[in-house]
Design a protein around this ligand. Structure first.
Ligand code: OKP
Ligand code: ZN
Length: 354
């Protein structure tokens, strides 16, 4: 499988995230991607390329998904942070104040901390010197992968990047995410001629950003299998009764599962999701590929094993759709490469069958 990997991912290196009143080391580290890349090479999974350097095309694609004032903020946030105090260059920027419902979202505050809160939803997503550069290059990976599949050059492709993307919305960051790579890929497939595109999010955490972006649209179906938001992050979205709104009614499917869910039960949800995507008549598929469903994941609660990921890939390939995989979560660092590449290998194997 063709992999487009982010050569600038290491520029995003968060130091700390807020957890139970303390700053703890970030789970979302550069070693995660290094392990996936090493495993792709070890198993000779196919060509590894950097994203296309189409700056104008990338800016246009970003503007199809994210709000101008949000993009502008994230691009310049680090410089503003350091301008507040040169000593800030040694510290990550984290938000600490947010507008509650009923407060004003339309007026852009001058105060930097206020804008950090306006454009985010948690204190677990540090903004660092290289966050914008890394996230932007990651978006380029998603875009390049989608274009390769759109043009028919490749039947499937893998956008291997970090920071992840599925929690990022039109105008907010959070959940370690700044730019929604899966949404960018889905829109690029639409723009490339696929009338109906489905996003299947198999990360442990609900893809709230992706859901919100496409919630009122009938051309992009969003399906997410995840830990029940009653107990699991991101808590405030991802329930089964969220089916879409307006023209998008019926085009969002959430399959929340309790902590402790094993592969047998998880796979039944996968089949339900894939059946819904089939009924929708998808012409192309984006898989938001998080492997934090793994039994050893330090921040998650399902019990999938490494071998199960081969089956996941096979099941996805049985849909027989042009497919773009976009890397998301997975925090058991030693196994993240094996688990991720198992999905791709299972997909390849099944795709080769007549
Ligand atoms: C991002 B992705 C852990 C709290 C959870 C946010 C998790 C974001 C997961 N102490 N913090 O979906 O893998
Ligand atoms: Zn996750």
């Amino acid at each position: 499988m063709l992999t487009i990997h982010n050569p600038h991912h290491h520029l995003h290196q968060g130091r700390h995230e807020m957890f139970r009143g303390r700053l703890v080391p970030c789970h979302e580290t550069a070693q995660r991607l290094a392990h996936v890349l090493a495993e792709l090479k070890r198993r000779a999974m196919g060509p590894l390329r950097a994203p296309a350097a189409d700056t104008a095309g990338l800016s246009q694609a970003l503007a199809r998904i994210h709000a101008p004032r949000y993009l502008n903020f994230v691009e310049h946030a680090w410089d503003e942070w350091v301008a507040l105090d040169p000593a800030n260059a040694q510290q990550d920027a984290l938000p600490s104040v947010w507008p509650a419902p009923g407060m004003r979202f339309d007026v852009l505050p001058d105060n930097f901390a206020a804008r950090m809160g306006l454009f985010s939803f948690d204190a677990g997503t540090p903004l660092t010197a290289g966050s914008w550069a890394a996230a932007r290059a990651g978006a380029a990976c998603a875009l390049t992968a989608a274009r390769e599949v759109s043009s028919g050059t490749a039947h499937s492709a893998f956008a291997l990047s970090r920071p992840p993307g599925h929690h990022a919305g039109t105008d907010f960051f959070g959940g370690y995410c700044f730019l929604n790579n899966a949404a960018l890929a889905a829109q690029a497939l639409r723009d490339g001629g696929a009338a109906h595109v489905a996003v299947l999010d198999v990360d442990y955490h609900h893809g709230n950003g992706t859901q919100a972006i496409f919630y009122e649209r009938s051309d992009v179906m969003t399906v997410s299998i995840h830990g029940d938001p009653r107990t699991e992050y991101p808590f405030f979205l991802g329930h089964a009764d969220e089916r879409g709104a307006g023209a998008g009614t019926g085009f969002n499917l959430n399959l929340p599962l309790p902590r402790g869910t094993d592969f047998t039960r998880w796979r039944a949800a996968l089949h339900a999701g894939l059946n819904t995507i089939k009924s929708f008549g998808a012409d192309a598929l984006v898989v938001a590929l998080g492997v934090d469903t793994f039994e050893g994941d330090p921040i998650s609660g399902f019990t999938l094993r490494s071998a199960d990921y081969l089956q996941v890939g096979q099941d996805v390939a049985a849909a027989r759709l042009p497919t773009v995989f976009v890397f998301e979560g997975g925090y058991a660092v030693a196994e993240v490469g094996i688990n991720t590449v198992n999905v791709l290998e299972g997909f390849n194997r099944q795709s080769l069958r007549p």
